[in-house]
Design a protein around this ligand. Structure first.
Ligand SMILES: Cc1cc2nc3c(=O)[nH]c(=O)nc-3n(C[C@H](O)[C@H](O)[C@H](O)COP(=O)(O)OP(=O)(O)OC[C@H]3O[C@@H](n4cnc5c(N)ncnc54)[C@H](O)[C@@H]3O)c2cc1C
Ligand code: SF4
Ligand code: SF4
Length: 1015
């Protein structure tokens, strides 16, 4: 059915206007004068838009962020006048390079994201192209509706991008692909005119002429289309020339009518720029059940899929042995995955049935059980009918993929044949043979995803800097031969872009390829729109287009932190990595840590979680984890010019990073931008010097003792009229903020009243605990530290607080935040020496301020202290983590009075990053009658000293206003608010006029003294 191999076209994408040229400057000037959109023509911005989630990188001419339809229309006219290609863009999460190009990139995702209309009776919605799927579905939920093309990137994929790629979700077997759920598209053509594409019967004159033209081509090539067009549901290659004679097993429309909008779906921005989309919605299913089938071999799982789909599931998703093991290795997921397993299966299939009637679904689940018995696998199904375990298991499936993506070293799982689709009856042989292909090329792949439609994701590990391109070509050719043999589709989900464009001709044959070119010629005669995509694409292995081409180099850099765990190489067949420090990175591993960002765009999410607060309020690529990682990568590889690492572009990208560590936990590849920022800042400050404000903040632990002796003097800034404004001018501390109040009654003065144990007493005690009293708790919030000591003592612990002559120990956090790593290291060393004997004896080191405690747990591991730092890290616990652990182990039992008030909880970002919010809720739940309610927030916006800085005050308040402050204002006045972070409490007090409590204080106030307190 397919055309002969390989017939590739080789035209490279060419820029008619070079980035940075006078023509580009003219383009920028006209856009500035004639539109209200945002312009980004500097090298770093262009670099940030030069990549998507593929292996490619092409520098655009510039970036335009329109604020309105008028802006887009004007940009198209200006670009056409100046002969600059255009590249429309959504979230930039494409995997094939279709969102990269030497063009003017138009980013629709920031402003053009409205729902224009919803017709609940007709179940339709009209939307702008920049709206993200999850945002749309959140709005539709109230109507009991959803848009059911549930791509994995639902939190960042825009509807314009989904239409551009003809995206497909996990439930495509039930709902079809994007093309099956689009009713109309309004768009601009390259000549600037608008078209309204919909059912052919309703088209206007101009649109009808286009339809007639395409129909003519379709008629002319009807025999070729029927011979070459894959019949599987998952075919997204090329243009949909078959709209007049549909070839897929699922027709484009249910009534057989023709809709011209379907021609635009999957065109990757190469025929028109979408202005709005009319979408077919579906009722939200009221019930779901899940059957997890355990298979003794991978082959049998694949073989069973064709029989399972006959029961009408809404999804059949594969998780293979490797992923099962990855999930099992993660303590957070182990119980969930183990609940789904029977023995040690080689693969599991997650089979979901959904609908309105739960009883009917349960009956279908029973039929699945019977079917598996008939197939020789009795007792292989774990039935899940409750929502919670189902949801948990879907989360595990996603997390497994994330762990796979976090392989360190230059070899990476590369997406290029990861969505070939084959008919289900051949799935088992296809996967079997492809596995052998991988082995022949010295690599292997982990299989997952859409077994229901014969589209299994698999990414062989390739090193594009070395022999990756040759292996990619060889594997692609062997995989394509298999696809041909099984009459499948080479491009089944993620589009064509640069890595699959050349295979269009292979798939459909030269005549149809020419017909596609004719369509391009008709709609975009000057080749203005996303050139090099679908028609006349480059070769997939053109190394000039790679993000990491052979010969990729990084600058020489002596890192101040230890990045050696990233400085490794890996074995593509076993995924084992070499010893830390052996990877040959000229930056000691820092560059390789940065390169872990594969541009998947997950950090663009707005759902629960922290990442990324600065993007959540700005929606700017520059202020996104991905944008920062890309900027660092470009600077570290010299692509932004000499000394760029310590130059303005990186500084600007780092400016709004609040070091919340949201990315550390939530980025699938574990990008820890907070730590990367420390490294960068150290070099930046070494070149540019520290400001007075930097020093004032960094050295606070050093002068705290002195300041507390003369609090009236130290507090003058907030007492004297006009002083705040002066400090804003001199120091850059916002006059709109009060500063923390110094006081005489510090914890250190109060400590003698607390019956604290000496070092030796603690080391000798049965139940000992060391309380680490940080600068903030010790000097500004004595009550918190005292309360913690009292609660621990009441719980029966011998409590010791380590002090040194003439002062207190400090973790070095304030110095780290200012990039003063040497000073931080000196402080951390002292602290380590003081606390190590306790940790070595298994005694917990208990912290109250999350950012200080987690410095011990995390950053101190990268300071070159070796094993002792690891020992300390393992024993460093937040107060609530310690209590929760001890209660769980039966070593203490709380006796607390009821609270009698609503209880709201705000988690500090670092608590969230280290999964320490759950223990906080567990401990609060020990209060009789308490129902702690977690406020779903990102960062509070204060973030250490960030919110105090004059230039950041407004953005800090915007972060707080996103969710936190409104939630607090809505709570009753007498509700108790728990927040463990000093700066979070300050932000809540400033922004909502409420006084939150540290958990230690709340508990101390509720100790049931009559009954002997906590025992
Ligand atoms: C980890 C991961 C998982 C993924 N899972 C899936 C999945 O389950 N299913 C799936 O189908 N895909 C998946 N993808 C691929 C990708 O996320 C989807 O194709 C997504 O729909 C792209 O949306 P976007 O907003 O990022 O589009 P972009 O990447 O920005 O653009 C996609 C294409 O649409 C064009 N386009 C964008 N806006 C317009 C416009 N206004 N007018 C005309 N053309 C436009 C662009 O030029 C480009 O060619 C995944 C990607 C990753 C990284
Ligand atoms: S920073 Fe992480 S989440 Fe963001 S794009 Fe990169 S890898 Fe994805
Ligand atoms: S540390 Fe926080 S603000 Fe900085 S990039 Fe990560 S998520 Fe964004």
């Amino acid at each position: 059915m397919n055309a002969p191999l390989p017939g590739f076209t080789t035209a490279p994408p060419s820029a008619r206007v070079a980035p940075g040229s006078p023509e580009a400057a003219r383009l920028a000037a006209r856009l500035a004068a004639e539109t209200r959109g945002e312009l980004y023509f500097d090298a770093a911005s262009r670099g940030r838009y030069a990549t998507d989630a593929s292996i490619y990188q092409i520098e655009p001419v510039g970036v335009f962020v329109p604020t309105s339809d008028d802006d887009v229309a004007a940009a198209i006219d200006i670009a056409r006048d100046l002969r600059v290609p255009l590249l429309p863009r959504g979230g930039g999460t494409s995997q094939c390079g279709q969102t990269t190009g030497a063009a003017l990139v138009i980013d629709h995702s920031k402003h053009l994201r409205n729902v224009l209309a919803v017709d609940t009776a007709a179940r339709t919605a009209e939307v702008q192209p920049g709206i993200v799927l999850d945002e749309l579905n959140a709005q539709l939920k109230a109507h009991g509706l959803w848009y059911p093309v549930d791509v994995s990137t639902s939190a960042q994929a825009t509807l314009g991008g989904m239409a551009g790629n003809n995206s497909c979700g996990s439930r495509s077997i039930a709902y079809g692909n994007m093309v099956h759920n689009v009713l109309g598209i309004d768009a601009w053509l390259a000549d600037g005119s608008t078209v309204s594409f919909g059912p052919v019967a309703t088209l206007g004159t101009k649109e009808r002429a286009i339809a007639d033209f395409v129909r003519g081509l379709a008629e002319q090539h009807r025999a070729e289309i029927e011979a070459h067009w894959p019949k599987v549901l998952r075919r997204v290659a090329g243009y949909n020339l078959d709209i007049f004679h549909p070839q897929s097993e699922r027709p484009y429309t249910s009534d057989g009518s023709v809709n011209l909008a379907h021609l635009l779906v999957g065109t990757e921005g190469s025929l028109a720029v979408t202005r709005s989309l009319k979408l077919q919605l579906a009722p939200l299913p009221r019930a779901k059940v899940l059957g997890v089938i355990n298979f003794p071999t991978f082959y049998r799982a694949m073989d069973a899929a064709q029989h399972i789909v006959k029961l009408g599931p809404s999804a059949v998703e594969l998780v293979d042995r490797t992923m099962i093991e990855l999930a099992r290795a993660n303590p957070a997921f182990r119980p969930t995955i183990e609940a789904a397993l029977l023995g040690a299966p080689e693969a599991i299939l997650l089979v979901e049935f959904s609908g309105d009637d739960k009883r009917a679904l349960v009956a279908t689940l029973k039929r699945l059980v019977e079917l598996m018995g008939d197939l020789g696998l009795p007792g292989s199904v774990v039935e899940m009918t409750d929502d919670a375990p189902q949801k948990a298991l879907w989360e595990v499936r996603k997390a497994g993929l994330n762990i796979m993506m976090s392989l360190k070293g230059d070899g990476k799982p590369v997406s290029f044949i990861e969505d070939c689709a084959v008919p289900l009856e051949h799935l088992a042989e296809y996967t079997d043979e492809l596995t052998r292909v991988f082995a022949r090329h010295g690599t292997r792949g982990t299989w997952y995803a859409h077994a229901s439609v014969g589209t299994l994701h698999v990414r062989p590990i390739l090193d594009m800097r070395r022999d990756g391109a040759a292996k990619m070509r060889a594997i692609a050719e062997e995989a394509s031969a298999l696809v041909r043999r099984y009459k499948g589709a080479y491009s089944g989900e993620h589009g064509d872009g640069l890595c699959r464009g050349e295979w269009i001709r292979w798939q459909f044959g030269p005549k149809i390829d020419d017909a596609l070119r004719a369509i391009k010629q008709r709609l975009d005669p000057t080749g203005l729109l996303n050139p090099g995509k679908i028609v006349d694409p480059p070769k997939m292995d053109d190394a000039r287009l790679f993000r990491f081409p052979p010969g990729y180099r990084t600058i020489e850099l002596q890192p101040v932190l230890d990045w050696s765990p990233w400085n490794v190489q890996n074995d593509p067949a076993t995924e084992r990595t070499t010893a830390p420090g052996s990877g040959g990175d000229t930056t000691g591993g820092y560059a390789k840590a940065v390169e872990m960002c594969n541009n998947n765009g997950h950090c663009r999410k707005f759902d629960a979680g922290t990442m990324c607060p600065s993007f959540r309020v700005t929606r700017d690529e520059q202020h996104l984890t991905r944008g920062r990682a890309n900027t660092l990568r470009l600077a570290l590889s010299g692509q932004l010019g000499p000394d760029a690492f310590t130059g303005e572009a990186v500084r600007d990208a780092m400016e709004l990073c609040v070091s919340c560590k949201g990315c550390r936990r939530e980025c699938p590849t574990g990008i820890d931008m907070a730590k990367m920022k420390i490294e960068w800042l150290a070099h930046h400050k070494a070149r540019h010097g520290h400001t007075l404000r930097d020093r004032l903040v960094a050295k606070l632990p050093d002068y705290a003792r002195l300041a507390s002796r003369v609090p009236w003097l130290a507090n003058l800034r907030d007492a004297l009229p006009g002083a705040a404004r002066l400090t804003e001018r001199w120091l850059g501390l916002s006059a709109k903020r009060s500063l923390p109040r110094w006081r005489r009654d510090t914890f250190w003065r109060e400590a003698p009243r607390l019956r604290l144990a000496t070092r030796d007493e603690a080391l000798a005690a049965d139940k000992a605990a060391v309380l680490f009293v940080d600068t903030f708790s010790g000097y500004f919030e004595t009550e918190n530290a005292s309360a913690a000591a009292q609660v621990l003592q009441a719980a029966g612990y011998t409590v010791h607080v380590a002090t040194k002559p003439g002062g207190h120990y400090c973790c070095g956090r304030t110095h780290l935040a200012a990039g003063r790593v040497d000073e931080a290291r000196a402080k951390a060393r002292e602290l380590l020496d003081a606390l190590l004997p306790f940790a070595e004896q298994g005694i917990a080191i208990i912290g109250l301020e999350p950012s200080c405690l987690f410095t011990m747990r995390d950053e101190m591991l990268a300071m070159g202290f070796g094993e002792p730092a690891r020992t300390l890290s393992e024993h460093a616990l937040m107060f609530e983590e310690f209590l929760a652990r001890e209660v769980r182990a039966g070593r203490c039992a709380p006796l607390l009075r009821p609270l009698g008030q609503r209880l709201l909880v705000h988690g500090h970002c670092h608590q969230k990053a280290f999964d320490a919010v759950r223990p906080l809720l567990d401990v609060l739940a020990l209060i009789p009658d308490a129902k702690p309610e977690l406020i779903e927030t990102s960062c509070c916006g204060m973030a250490g000293s960030f919110g105090y800085e004059a230039e950041h005050h407004d953005i800090s308040m915007r972060m707080a206003e996103a969710r936190l402050l409104p939630a607090i204002r809505e709570a009753p006045r007498d509700a108790v608010i728990v927040a463990d972070g000093t700066s979070c409490r300050h932000q809540i007090a400033d922004g909502a006029g409420r006084k939150p409590l540290h958990v230690a204080r709340l508990l101390a106030g509720l100790i049931e003294r009559k009954q002997g307190a906590i025992t």
